[in-house]
Ligand binder design. Structure first.
Ligand SMILES: Cc1ncc(COP(=O)(O)O)c(C=O)c1O
Length: 374
């Protein structure tokens, strides 16, 4: 039976991985500056991750949300302690799209409204409302197009005010640092206006931290660089270091009722342990500060490379913009220098999303390879 052919693939077959490296069936060693799409946060096969998952699976791997699972509470407490999101409530699911789908649904329940405001170039996932709020018409099926979404430009305060003042918007969903779209960010002033507008007109502010959360941007959540308070925060990717886990943090102003949200797999024992492992290593190894420092040092070093037009992002969520399309450059990096990098919907931008355990020497290796490839 053929696979449903929706992914263009590189000719590399990873068979094992350790730390910041992936090893192919060709016995070659690749430097992973992509992290499997910003997923590998504490490094491949981290001993804490392996220990927690092995121990858990030898006891109980899964049961549904109909029973007590103290690991969920432990995880909620640890997220609260590390993120400083005081009083929020945790609901767990299994992917980024599902986290956003739940966030949007919750906003709609809470405000009793149905329109969504999203931003140009946004990416929020591929399910119903999440994909409708994604600014890529090609991936929106007629079924999804029934959602009412208004796409605004970052910085367009007049349009924001005009749209929210109609009082029919349940949520403004925003990536503080755009991922798939190409690392663009709103200004602090605009982010504050979004927060103010949401308060004034009773819409929920949803921070999509699926890609930028869990330390990647050099803060626990990227919106924290902007000093706003979201009503709902969506998370996934780095939260589980490869184990499918997602979730939302819900502001104490939003009250739950039985049956409001639900999932079979979300928050299972293994998922909780994977995320607890991530948090344990983030704290022990001070990885958020490490990401912030390394990102700044990397940005400074890129100044010496001719051909880079712009460096975008924060921490270890970075984008290098060139004045040419980067698909050939990515191929050169992977096949000649054995370095994985990411692309984006901005075809001229190379994305750097390494495990947060990466060291300066690895980034220097990349910059050398880049110089040779340009
Ligand atoms: C910001 C953001 N939101 C949501 C998603 C969707 O996550 P998933 O692929 O886990 O459904 C992504 C995936 O790239 C993302 O970058």
């Amino acid at each position: 039976m053929p696979l449903f052919d929706v992914y263009p693939l590189y000719d590399v077959t990873p068979v094992c991985a350790k730390g910041v490296h992936v090893y192919g069936a060709d016995r070659k060693k690749y430097l992973d500056l992509y992290g499997g799409h910003a997923v590998i946060s504490i490094g491949h096969q981290h001993p804490v991750y392996k220990r927690r998952l092995k121990k858990q699976i030898s006891r109980i791997g899964f049961y549904s949300n109909a029973i007590q699972n103290p690991l969920q509470k432990q995880l909620a407490n640890e997220i609260e302690a590390q993120s400083d999101c005081r009083g929020y409530q945790l609901f767990m699911c299994s992917s980024g799209a599902e986290a956003n789908e739940n966030a949007l649904k919750l906003a709609s329940f809470h405000t009793e409204k149905s329109k969504i405001v999203a931003f140009k170039n946004a990416f929020h996932g591929r399910t119903s409302a999440a994909v409708a709020a994604t600014d890529t018409p090609k991936i929106i099926a007629p079924l999804n197009a029934q959602q009412e979404v208004i796409f605004l430009e970052f910085g367009d305060e007049d349009a924001l005010e005009k749209t929210l003042s109609k009082e029919d918007v349940c949520a403004v969903i925003i990536e503080a640092i755009q991922g798939v779209g190409g690392l663009d960010m709103p200004s602090k002033k605009f982010m504050k206006s979004v927060e103010k507008g949401c308060r004034k007109y009773n819409s929920c502010l949803i921070a999509d931290e699926v890609q930028s959360g869990f330390g990647r941007s050099g803060a626990f959540f990227a919106y924290q660089h902007f000093g706003v308070t979201p009503d709902i925060i969506s998370m996934a990717k780095g939260m589980g270091n490869g184990f499918p886990v997602g979730g939302i943090l819900v502001h104490p102003n939003i009250e739950p009722w039985y049956g409001m949200l639900g999932t079979t797999f979300g928050g299972n024992h293994l998922a909780c342990q994977a995320s607890l492992a991530v948090l344990e290593v983030l704290k022990k190894k001070n990885l958020i500060e490490h990401a912030a420092n390394l990102g700044e040092a990397f940005k400074a070093r890129t100044k010496t490379i001719k051909g880079i037009k712009k460096v975008k992002g924060h921490g270890l969520m970075l984008g290098l913009e060139f004045d040419f399309e980067v698909s050939e450059l990515r191929k050169k990096l992977i096949y000649e220098h054995r370095i994985f990098t990411g692309g984006s919907s901005n075809k001229k931008l190379l994305r750097i999303l390494p495990p947060l355990t990466i060291q300066q020497k690895h980034l220097d290796q990349f910059l050398d390879a880049l110089k040779q490839s340009l």
